[in-house]
Design a protein around this ligand. Structure first.
Ligand code: PRX
Length: 641
């Protein structure tokens, strides 16, 4: 048997993949010690891995001391100080883009780390960021990590109420925001949204505001400071705080099947090794690549594959403020040509929205620089895969369809570009360190190929979720208790005849809208806040662009909706409530007012029926005899949108 060696840190052949995979599963400690070796450690680990999956306890590199920003920045200065770390492309192509070398980024991060400390942030404090996709966001995230503060980025599409929920759960002491945000033709006054949120957030003592649009904002003299004024006077060096391997690096809120989003906590060392290893191997990154991940830093993809992965690997990462369709549907391709992007990582929903536009939008660009394409966030349908392959990759760029989750920290199942098989509608083989299994409902493992079941992971991996913030039991109940000894993903999957995995979709009450995760209960809770509403049930339905759309069945209070003419007003008011409670991203696509919901005698809503109706499949609703009032189903079918 071979022993781990540096080649396992970077797989270069199919044979190398199989060898690395075998080692990682049978000798994880040796394997990951070899992978972790080249990082900058203040102190090396005592134990590589200590895991009790059934208890939801997983520790990696215990005893080690490090700071992740020394690995993202300081360690590159000697050899890559003048290499571009970040290219920032603004929303408006007529505005100037910005380039930061590793040395410049290092200085900005140090400066802002000093600002955070000057404003009272200490190691272990939580800092929330609600910001546009501007360089200051990347700098601020890294500055938090530099001083050992736990960052929690909140996607800047969430509402004031959603911000307040997250800030209060994290008990954040400082919030970073901007005067406003550009998104295509729209401009959004984010500081105002933060001001509204913070009315109910007593833990927040300071707010740092980036001047981005030059809009007038209300500054609370006791609480608010300007980013540029604070950084002007701050030193350009800042010693990195020494962190323990298992110290939390960040919290990222994500939706589950219960009503309240949970704060997924990632550790320092394990996350670092996983983000770097998966980034380099999946995309087969070379020194001169210009890499572009279109995800927002408000989601995990932006954390692992816009920021940490690329910077750990010493790559050049492109950050884009805008949207794929502004000023026209050729923007992605224009940016690729402009900056000679060689690796491009985006979401199926973006591809589908661009596919619907005239082909000239993509054919007018050369796209010669492209080498590797990636997809993330939801299953990529075969049609979108072929369009991406043919018109963007020109049939010469391997496509990696990367399956993973906020909780997994990094990519779990995916082709390694050009090395392991890349087949449409298949994520592919597991990465080294990932031991996927398919389970029956009773928790027994399904053996062999050409099989379908619940997707679970049998062995601890370095990047996995450590806990849910402030409530470890919730993490255990959600991920580790359903099938003891396994991490339960919430997804269903098929292992095809060649052992490649195809992700089918969620098997829990989570829907994936344009790659954004929502719990149906979360949306129902929001709808139920509307004064017209008695009860609601939300399901997903297939949507051409978004993957899944949101279909809401709503029972109104007596008198709230007396006739058909009342409906548009009531529906608009429900949408307004959801936008206020969660944000525009959770707007229901369809609302159907109903007089009752299909419930069993024990009061459980039969979502299966609602899903079928939403999908337009009313021919075969299955057994409805256990319903309390089967007549309600006929009414729902008649009123279906
Ligand atoms: O259902 C899977 C789907 O997105 C879920 C994870 O969502 P989130 O935590 O928001 O992370 C998104 C970015 C990693 C998964 O449970 N999903 C993600 N990637 C894929 C996918 N489904 C199929 N294929 C994928 N490549």
């Amino acid at each position: 048997m071979s022993t781990p060696n540096p080649q396992h840190a970077r797989i270069r052949s199919l044979e190398g993949y199989h060898e690395a995979y075998h080692l990682s599963i049978h000798h994880p400690a040796e394997f990951w010690a070899a992978v972790a070796e080249p990082f900058t450690w203040r102190r090396k680990w005592d134990t590589v891995v200590d895991s009790d999956m059934a208890a939801g306890r997983n520790e990696w590199f215990a005893g080690a001391r490090l700071n992740i920003t020394e690995n993202c920045l300081d360690r590159h200065l000697a050899t890559r100080g003048n290499k571009l770390a970040l290219i920032w492309e603004p929303n408006d192509p007529k505005e100037r883009h910005l380039r930061l070398t590793y040395r410049e980024l290092y200085q900005h991060v140090c400066q802002f780390a000093n600002v955070l400390m000057n404003n009272g942030v200490e190691k272990g404090d939580r800092v929330c960021l609600y910001m546009p996709m501007i360089p200051e966001l990347a700098i601020a995230v890294l500055a938090c990590a530099r001083i050992g503060a736990v960052h929690s980025v909140i996607f800047a599409g969430f509402s004031a109420t959603a911000i307040a929920d997250r800030v209060n759960d994290a008990q954040a002491s400082l919030v970073i925001t901007a005067d406003g945000l550009n998104r295509g033709t729209k401009q959004i006054p984010v500081k105002r949204v933060v001001d509204e949120a913070l009315e109910t957030c007593p833990s927040v003592r300071k707010v740092v505001v980036v001047e981005h649009l030059g809009w007038p904002v209300q500054m609370d003299p006791e609480r608010d400071v300007w980013y540029h004024e604070e950084t002007d006077n701050a030193a350009k060096t800042c010693p990195a705080e020494e962190m323990k391997a298992e110290d939390p690096l960040f919290i990222l809120y994500t939706s589950g099947s219960t009503g309240k989003p949970k704060g997924v906590v990632h550790s320092t060392a394990g996350y670092m090794v996983w983000a770097d290893y998966t980034f380099r191997n999946v995309f087969q990154v070379e020194e001169n690549d210009v890499y572009w991940c279109t995800a927002d830093i408000g989601w995990v993809t932006g954390h692992s594959y816009l920021l940490y992965g690329p910077l750990l690997a010493g790559s050049t990462s492109l950050m884009f403020e805008g949207i794929p369709t502004y000023p026209d549907a050729g923007r992605f391709w224009e940016v690729i040509d402009k900056h000679s992007v060689s690796i491009f990582y985006t979401a199926p929903t973006a591809i589908r929205s661009l596919m619907a536009e005239p082909l000239d939008n993509v054919l007018s660009y050369s796209l010669d620089s492209l080498r590797v394409l990636g997809s993330v966030g939801e299953p990529i349908n075969a049609e979108a895969w072929h369009w991406y392959n043919e018109h963007v990759g020109k049939g010469r760029c391997p496509i990696v369809d990367t399956w993973w989750q906020t909780e997994t920290g990094g990519i779990m199942i995916s082709a390694l570009a050009g090395i392991t098989p890349s087949v449409p509608a298949r994520a592919g083989l597991p990465l080294p360190g990932v031991l996927p299994v398919l389970l029956n409902q009773d928790g027994s493992e399904i053996e062999g190929n050409d099989q379908e079941g619940y997707l679970a992971i049998k062995q601890s991996w370095p990047g996995m979720i450590r806990t849910t913030y402030g409530d470890h039991d919730r993490a255990v109940q959600t991920y580790f208790a359903p099938y003891p000894g396994y991490y339960f993903t919430g997804d269903g999957a098929r292992r095809d005849e060649n052992g490649l995995y195809r992700i089918i979709g969620r098997v829990d009450d989570v829907i994936n809208v344009s790659g954004h995760r929502f719990g149906t209960a979360e949306i129902e809770n929001a709808i139920n806040e509307n004064p017209n509403v008695v009860e609601s049930a939300v399901v997903g339905f297939p949507h051409d662009v978004k993957g899944q759309g949101i279909y809401a069945y709503v029972i109104c209070r007596e008198g709230a909706c007396r006739n058909e003419a009342d409906m548009p007003r009531v529906e608009a008011s429900i949408i307004e409530t959801v936008v206020a409670e969660i944000g525009k991203i959770a707007r229901p696509d369809k609302i159907q007012l109903v007089s009752g919901l299909p419930k069993t005698r024990s009061g459980k809503i039969m979502r299966r029926i609602l899903r079928k109706v939403a999908e337009g499949e009313t021919g075969n609703l299955g057994d409805t005899t256990t319903l309390l009032d089967p007549a309600v189903v006929d009414e729902i079918i008649r009123g279906a949108k």
